[in-house]
Design a protein around this ligand. Structure first.
Ligand SMILES: Cc1ncc(COP(=O)(O)O)c(C=O)c1O
Length: 413
């Protein structure tokens, strides 16, 4: 995995050149597009700070990234920034997920939810087109710790949900529950499975054992395709593990979701969907006649500034800088875990992820509320509280939390 870090000067130059290649609504006679630059009363384009702010400049120029820019020729008006999005998709697929020289498709989606729905939609269409399958013959298999975008996708697409169980302590999917899900699928006449693997769950940071689970499915002679939900872990796990099972080197993996607007700290609207070549086409909306290159995405019009933001962050750090940042966050997470161990407090933590999920019996609702910990369920039924060691989680805040926790435990005794 390697990509170069660029200086601010170089980034400014590249984005500036891309914007020059795009249509400028001020300079060209544009009569047909239902769009323009951002409202000049509010977003004036001659603000002096803009000359040093390529992301804000892109926002104000307002390029539309409708369509899929890795696939075919799209709207000529914005080819400059479309190219930036294409480079971003290539960087993610080839460098983060070790795709090598292979080519991939993908786009910057509104978020992890959209990218997961896109993945399930594409695989549903694949089974419908290639196997003449009916929706009732297609199931989506995911664990009880998976994100709620999976049941959402199943309801939207009229697909069957098959939810496997995890062990309460290790958060590992159990073999017995996979066997039960497969038996249930067969009983319902389901012939094809879309299998979702968590490359970090939302609540626990647990990563499904993809080799073990696909091995069980192979033994059961199931027909399936795998999508990876890396909305949370996509910008962490590949940088902290040596395990190559969650890369495009694993032929079982069809597609990935990852989210810039979580670990990467890019603006909201920066989910990423990546897929092997030959699958994006299943999401073609043939009727998108007014869009050059047609549309292959769920979302339709979307801001090119989002792709530029993610590209800028990745290019500012470079792969080495990003690895170093992740290592720093993981060390801070390990230090928190050692402090919890010293106090005999039980928690779940995947050593490759920066989430610590503490059993609710050790934390009062008041303390959780003071430090804005996130529960596994809102209401009276809280079993776990989660801490995510993000950039803003300074050591001082963790120390204060531990002191308050100690005081609370002394008072309880
Ligand atoms: C594992 C996982 N998948 C999907 C999502 C959905 O992402 P978004 O809120 O960007 O749609 C999340 C959000 O927390 C997540 O943690």
């Amino acid at each position: 995995m390697y990509w170069e870090s660029y200086s601010h000067q170089k980034i400014k130059q590249i984005i500036g050149d891309a914007l020059k290649q795009n249509l400028d609504y001020r300079e060209k006679a544009v009569l047909g597009l239902p769009a323009s630059y951002l409202d000049t009363e509010v977003f004036y384009h001659d603000a002096p700070f803009l000359k040093d702010a390529p992301f804000l400049n892109t926002l104000i120029a307002n390029p539309n990234h409708i369509g899929c820019h890795t696939l075919n020729e799209s709207e000529a008006a914005f080819t400059g920034t479309h190219q930036i999005e294409k480079e971003l998709i290539d960087l993610c697929a080839q460098q983060i997920f070790h795709g090598g020289e292979e080519a991939f498709d993908g786009y910057v989606a509104s978020g992890g939810t959209e990218a997961n729905i896109q993945a399930i939609w594409i695989l549903k269409r694949y089974y419908e087109v290639e196997f003449d399958a009916k929706p009732t013959e297609i199931g989506v298999l995911y664990s009880e710790d998976a994100h709620y975008s999976m049941p959402k996708a199943c309801r939207l697409l009229s697909l069957n949900s098959l939810v496997s169980k995890v062990d309460g302590a290790t958060r590992k999917v159990t073999k017995e529950s996979i066997e039960q899900c497969v038996a249930e699928a067969r009983q319902k006449g389901i012939k094809h499975l879309i299998v979702i693997m968590n490359m970090s769950t939302t609540m626990f940071g647990s990563v499904d054992d993809i080799e073990e689970i696909t091995g069980w499915l192979d033994d059961l002679e199931v027909d399936y395709k795998v999508h990876i939900d890396g909305a949370f872990g996509g910008f962490i796990y590949p940088f902290s593990t040596k395990n190559m099972a969650y890369t495009f080197q694993n032929p079982k993996i069809n597609s990935f979701t990852l989210d810039g607007h979580k670990m990467l700290q890019s603006p909201y609207g920066t989910g990423i969907y990546l897929t092997r070549k030959g699958f994006m086409e299943y999401a073609l909306t043939e009727e998108a006649n007014y869009v050059k290159g047609k549309d292959y995405t769920l979302v339709g019009s979307r801001s090119g500034a989002n792709a530029v933001a993610v590209w800028m962050i990745m290019r500012t750090y470079g792969s080495d800088g990003w690895k170093a940042k992740i290592q720093k966050l993981l060390s801070k997470t390990s230090r928190l875990c050692s402090s919890l161990d010293e106090r005999g407090i039980e928690y779940f933590r995947n050593p490759d992820v920066n989430i610590v999920t503490i059993k609710a019996e050790y934390i009062s609702a008041e303390l959780a509320s003071k430090y804005m910990l996130v529960p596994d369920a809102h209401g009276d039924d809280v079993k776990w509280w989660k801490i995510v060691v993000m950039d803003h989680v300074q050591q001082g805040i963790l120390d204060r939390f531990l002191m308050d926790l100690d005081a609370e435990r002394v008072a309880a005794k």
